[in-house]
Write a protein that binds this ligand. Structure first.
Ligand code: XIL
Length: 382
């Protein structure tokens, strides 16, 4: 009898002990969740993509910064773009045998493959940046292109885009077909392709609109399902001369030239003192205006820099990040926001804007900043 009582007591003790440790486990797991649940968890719930870029250093060595950048990218984000490695200067570094009939063998496809493999491993949306840009082109092109005829510019661009988009067919979700072709209220003139505006091609066609429309058509020919973008900076706020020119340009390209253009990439490299409520609501107005003409409007290179002389704090930066994310994502035609730099340690701002920095949601030690929680709050409130 005594023995039976003892067994029952021991069993009860065991049950209560294991219940305690189960409770502890639940609490413990919750704490881990709060630390490791990334921004993407909230974005996925709302059907959105929040992304970042992979810089060259990490591309060359995934373990750069003791693996902290890698960890951050795969934990926080569900969209990815390469900082430089898919620009023409990297994909077409060596002069093709025939630049007017580029073959897949001329392209450094290893860069593309590596990008796709990484992004696929973590289920990330893949953004291709960039097909045609005046900047970061191979040195041989810089030397040769000024001598080319308009038709040669067309042939070069056509074979490059066709090869690239067919190679990436079904693997890249969206492409920047053209980047930064506008300055203020006109097209940029100092480009390697400027001849298309003053000389006709062999069909007798002339002008930037005609050339740009073809770029989109070739990209679509290579991959019928990929989303195609025009991407630029300082076009975000509604009503500036560059913004007005951009909106007129993309609408004309689609309606008068039948260009298969799906959207506009608003780069969004912002300086903290400009991110007033009025400014951000004008970004919302641009997204709405583009939406009325059936354009997607994604935020493609977001950073908010704080510069010497700015009186704004990291708390102000949090408000700005929160405001832009909720403004953009509350619109149906904005599905993706990509930040241009995983951490303040990995940002182009430090080397390109003197006296400026602290532009990203993670600090130099890869810790979450107020800005991070601004984005998180905006995503949760969607
Ligand atoms: C920047 C890269 O981040 C830098 O590493 C590089 O030195 C210069 O280009 N607009 C764009 C991006 O479309 O490609 C640029 O990226 C930033 C501005």
């Amino acid at each position: 009898m005594k023995c039976k009582v003892l067994v029952i007591l021991a069993t009860l003790l065991l049950i209560s002990c294991s219940k305690d440790s189960a409770d502890e486990n639940i609490i413990h797991n919750k704490e881990i969740d709060e630390i490791t649940v990334g921004l993407k968890t909230y974005a996925i719930e709302k059907g959105k993509f929040i992304g970042n870029l992979m810089r060259d250093g990490m591309f060359d060595n995934l373990q750069v910064n003791n693996g902290l950048t890698d960890n951050l990218l795969k934990t926080e984000y569900n969209a990815l773009v390469l900082g430089n490695k898919m620009k023409m200067s990297n994909l077409l570094r060596t002069r093709p045998q025939d630049p007017f009939n580029i073959k897949i063998g001329d392209i450094n496809t290893a860069n593309i493959d590596k990008f796709i493999a990484y992004a696929d491993k973590y289920d990330m949306r893949k953004r291709g940046h960039v097909m045609i840009w005046y900047n970061q082109i191979p040195s041989w092109l810089k030397i040769e292109a000024p001598e080319w005829s308009a038709q040669q510019i067309y042939d070069f661009s056509k074979s490059y885009i066709l090869v690239l988009s067919s190679y990436c067919k079904g693997k890249i979700d969206e492409w920047d077909v053209i980047n930064e072709a506008i300055v203020n209220n006109g097209f940029r003139e100092d480009t390697w392709y400027k001849i298309v505006n003053t000389q006709a091609n062999s069909n007798g066609e002339i002008g930037y609109h005609n050339y740009f429309a073809y770029l989109f058509k070739w990209a679509r020919l290579g991959d019928p399902n990929v989303e195609l973008f025009y991407n630029d900076y300082n076009i975000e706020a509604f009503g500036t001369s560059k913004n007005n020119f951009m909106r007129t340009f993309v609408k004309k390209l689609k309606s008068d030239y039948s260009a298969p253009i799906d959207g506009v990439g608003l780069q969004s490299h912002f300086k903290i003192n400009l991110t007033t409520n009025d400014f951000i609501s004008r970004v919302g107005k641009t997204i709405d205006d583009l939406g009325e003409s059936n354009f997607i409007a994604n935020i493609t290179e977001l950073d908010i820099r704080i510069c010497n002389g700015d009186t704004q704090t990291l708390e102000d930066q949090k408000k700005a990040y929160k405001n832009i994310v909720s403004t953009a994502f509350s619109r149906d035609n904005c599905k993706t926001i990509l930040i241009w730099g995983p951490s303040d340690n990995d940002s182009w701002i430090n080397s390109h804007f003197e006296g400026c920095g602290q532009a990203t949601p993670h600090d130099e030690n890869f810790n979450r900043k107020p800005a991070y929680f601004g984005i998180q709050e905006a995503l949760m409130a969607l």
